[in-house]
Design a protein around this ligand. Structure first.
Ligand SMILES: C[S@@+](CC[C@H](N)C(=O)[O-])C[C@H]1O[C@@H](n2cnc3c(N)ncnc32)[C@H](O)[C@@H]1O
Length: 277
């Protein structure tokens, strides 16, 4: 099995759309418009959930009418937030066909099909022409990608000059090997974290220029502690969560993620870079 197949297998998602539909039905949400807040615990698949997406979008200065590419779009929460908040058009791509299918379904239910579209593709071979997008966006995806030079080169290629790439990623915190499983990998085999310095060098090698670089590790830990403290209340308030997608070991994955952040084995970086004009 190659890395791509292993990553597809990790995110599994068998019959995901049908399972999401069934969970919505069970929660009394089988019909009617689905709001961002109801969906966020399921479709914002990264540490700090919707808050992280709100912060990254503000840092990236997304504009009305922008054509945005979301790389590793998952279940589509970030793309729907961008499209509805900034009135832009978002094209999502994801390796996992089950996620693409579920993202399309949730976008229909959120009434956003005119503004978002999803297709199955590999971030290392984007099916778009040179300079197609005004902005590119990726949250919690690059840690599954060993070949960062090819990833950033592909994104640079499809961005117009002056276009920005907004990144929210897990980085190597420098304090040693990770505790596994984590949400992006069940072993070290498909986890490819870079330090901030190595990530900066990889971006600069492709010609990107840094606009902003914010360490969100402390905010991530605080968010996770608050969620754990409020877990019973959160569970009764949020009928959907990522256990549905990732299976019963998602709790252990999340706990290890926080432990890795607390022990500085991992960090969280919010980065905006630009393709120079
Ligand atoms: C942790 S989820 C994040 C999803 C979404 N970005 C979010 O924040 O809600 C990681 C996603 O990246 C996708 N992914 C991983 N490697 C990829 C690749 N090489 N190309 C495209 N998608 C990839 C996975 O299928 C998964 O949907």
């Amino acid at each position: 099995m190659n890395d791509t197949e292993k990553i597809r297998e990790h995110y599994q998602g068998d019959n995901l759309r049908a399972r999401v539909e069934a969970a919505l039905e069970a929660a009394g949400l089988g019909s009617g418009h689905l709001s961002q807040t109801v969906l966020a615990p399921l479709d914002q698949f990264h540490m700090r959930g919707l808050a992280a997406t709100v912060d990254l979008a503000a840092a990236a200065a997304i504009k009305s009418g922008d054509k945005v590419l979301d790389i590793g779009s998952g279940l589509g929460g970030p793309s729907r937030y961008l499209a509805s908040t900034y009135n832009c058009h978002v094209q999502g791509i994801d390796l996992n066909a089950e996620f693409v299918d579920a993202a399309i379904f949730l976008s229909e239910r959120a009434g956003l099909t005119e503004k978002v579209a999803y297709t199955c593709a590999n971030a290392l071979s984007l099916p778009f022409k040179l300079q197609t997008f005004d902005a590119a966006w990726t949250q919690h995806v690059a840690m599954n990608i060993a070949d960062r030079d090819s990833l950033y080169a592909e994104i640079f290629r499809v961005l117009r000059p002056g276009g920005r790439l907004a990144i929210y990623d897990v980085v190597d915190g420098g304090a040693g090997a990770l505790h596994f499983p984590v949400p992006w990998s069940r072993s070290s085999e498909t986890s490819f974290l870079l330090t901030n310095i190595a990530m900066l060098e990889a971006l600069e090698r492709q010609g990107f220029r840094v606009v902003s670089w914010v360490d969100q590790t402390t905010a991530g830990i605080a968010w996770a502690i608050e969620r754990a403290r409020a877990s019973d209340a959160v569970r009764s308030r949020d009928p959907l969560d990522l256990n549905l997608v990732m299976g019963t070991d998602f709790g252990a994955m999340s706990q290890n993620f926080v432990k890795n952040l607390v022990e500085s084995r991992a960090g969280l970086s919010q980065v905006v870079v630009e393709r120079p004009t």
